[in-house]
Design a protein around this ligand. Sequence first.
Ligand code: GLY
Length: 560
Amino acid sequence: MRILILLFAFFLFAQCTPPPPIPTGVVSKNAMVVSAREEASKVGTAILQKGGNAFDAMVGTELALAVAYPFAGNLGGGGFMVYRKNDGNIGALDYREKAPLAAHKDMYLDSLGNVIPGKSTLGASAVGVPGTIAGIFEVHDKFGTLPIKEIMDPVIKLVDQGVQVTSKQADRLDKYWDQIKSVNGESTLFYNKCDAGDTLRYPGLASTLRRIAINGRDEFYKGKTAKILAKFILEKGGYVTEEDLARYEAKWRQPVVFNYKDLRIISMSPPSSGGVTINQIFKMIESYDISEFGHNSAKSIQLFTEAARRAYADRNFFLGDPDFVVIPLDVLLSKKYLQARMENFSFDSATLSSEVQHGRIEIMESNETTHYSIVDQMGNAVSVTTTLNGAYGSKLYNDELGFFLNNEMDDFSAKPGEPNMFGLIGAEANSIAAEKRMLSSMTPTIVEKDGKLWMVVGSPGGSTIITAVAQTILNTYEFNLSMQESVNAPRFHHQWLPDHIVFETEGFSDALKIELKSKGYHISEKPTPILGKVDAILVLPDGSLEGGADKRGDDTAVGF
Ligand code: GLY
């Protein structure tokens, strides 16, 4: 009898569980790299094919993005990596930029206390101490298996060959050319008006990379490169000195780890807000059967929006560099607290953001970051998001070194507690201080299912990174979309303030928006072609890998 009952239960379960989705992205058996450019995915994959591991491939992919995708790939910026080794060990690396020693709370304010337009966004005064080279060497020292020269050789070859400009890239270059020219002058060696199909070259970059390949990380922080860089930034009116470069260190951090139903989600901890904020969102929606509501239905959008509204209110108020501010993570991530946060939620009507506490703080972040995901043939996984902050960072380009410098200082709150030049208000926890790291939204994430590696995921997109990553995980887990479908699916965003839902231009019907409006939701009228640009990898039931390379960009999955 018992056997019969068990068989019946099994039969019922088999009937109710939908079959896994048919992959629609690139599928490979052993290993994969998904990044913003085919050239970078190929460099990473070639390193894996040579027998390197995911960490070796991370070093190559990161540097190749600086060549093929200078919009966000960088030597002059910073980032975060989350990893999961094939034995289940996890960790996170923070190579976020830091404020220089000369930085202080009021550095972007005039004598009347007003924010000086452009000072934290454009040119040398916006530059934070770069972390990327320290980051990749930290990873290589701890986990690398191939010699650094062997990893960097294909990147140097890519620089020597130049990179073919895609049509999307040509549009971006066109859009920002006037600013690049205004910061660097007409004679800048970068660009020279490329059209799609032309070759983009960086005369100085190959020499810089060759010196780094020979002399290691100290070349960038203490060697000839450091001297050229600091002199250049100071001459151009910035603050980063040789001492700042010499003092820079990447830091290993404990990732944020939480369960959502039968998933275990591993994401980036402060100074990124990504892990904490998606942890709050997932825990606030966990008790609902969101898959029953339907993908991008009014009910699932309401639930997600209300969780995001509350999570971003906390994000903006409480989060900053954990080396400088005390963050009450035990409370913010506790079940009791998060349940209480959702007590006033109802499907009947929207909660107004003005009624959600930690108030009157709004964030403004740039979209121009880049993410890549790697799984190697041994089952190690890395998830990396890296940035210059704005498009081509501060736009400041050093001809001799061949790379752009970040404008990450703008991710601090220039004037905590009061509106900045955009009419936005920042929080004290993220105020500027010497050697502090500015708050980020980057959310490199790895997900386990049944104790095994299941997904590697992340996105660019400033404050929209967090919702893009969360929706991608839900698309696959709750709505049974393939990895590529999950990445391509239309996205929406709410970040507490401004109190409106932003929908991508394509993919949401007028009827849906009317229904949400009738419940009191405000909907942004500004056309928003894209929210995030996700690059992800899913481990399929047979152990092969499906890439999700976002159709919104030139993103490409390469595997073998
Ligand atoms: N600059 C983008 C971010 O860190 O969130």
